[in-house]
Design a protein. Structure first.
Length: 208
């Protein structure tokens, strides 16, 4: 059975009701359009199970999509140290659910209002609306930032300070996709490259 993310159920319910009403009141063929919308909603909010790698000292991708940036940088707001940044662009056709890259305890969650420019640009990480989740891990602090974009204008984070997460555990989603930035300790070895496709909770993106 197709698993749907909790945030998708209101959309599923509305489109299902509209489809049934149109089917019963008007000609059945008219209900084809809302039925197509209903099927797309199911597809957009699908939440498939994933096989989480059990190796030690690894970090998994927090999102489905394509790697658009890998670089060394200075994260000044949360980690306040040199880090490895991996940015993943999520298209509307990717799974939208986000997962924890490693085991850790949530230290901070912060929503920052902002714009909605194209998420694949470097400026989007800082100028667009986003939700940052800072984790305390055995490797140091790890930051995951859900970035809103031109189409996706709503990120959801289901956890708060004090919550614990396991590697690959679901913790939120970006409705209709966008971008996720992952900031890891500088000492890690990045295992992915720009252009590579990744799957949340399954693809190993770095190793300690």
């Amino acid at each position: 059975m197709l698993k749907i993310a909790p945030e998708g159920w209101p959309f599923v319910a509305v489109t299902a009701v509209v489809t049934v009403i149109i089917y019963l009141i008007w000609q059945p063929w008219i209900a084809v359009l809302p039925l197509i919308v209903f099927l797309f909603i199911l597809y957009f909010f699908r939440d498939p199970e994933r096989t989480i790698p059990e190796e030690e000292d690894i970090f998994v991708s927090p999102a489905d999509g394509k790697v658009i940036l890998v670089k060394n940088t200075l994260e000044e707001e949360y980690i306040k140290d040199k880090v490895k940044q991996i940015s993943i662009f999520m298209s509307p056709f990717n799974v939208h659910v986000n997962r924890a890259p490693c085991d850790g305890t949530v230290e901070k969650v912060k929503h920052t209002p902002g714009g909605f420019s194209a998420a694949y640009t470097d400026e989007a990480s800082l100028s667009n609306e986003n939700i940052a989740m800072l984790l305390i891990t055995e490797y140091g602090r790890v930051l995951v930032r859900q970035v809103a974009g031109l189409i996706a204008r709503r990120a959801v984070c289901r956890v708060g300070p004090g919550d614990t997460l396991k590697r690959g555990q679901r913790y939120g989603m970006i409705k209709f996709s966008s971008r996720v930035d992952l900031y890891l300790p500088e000492a890690v070895q990045v295992l992915v490259k720009v252009g590579q496709k990744v799957r949340a909770g399954e693809t190993i993106v770095a190793r300690k």
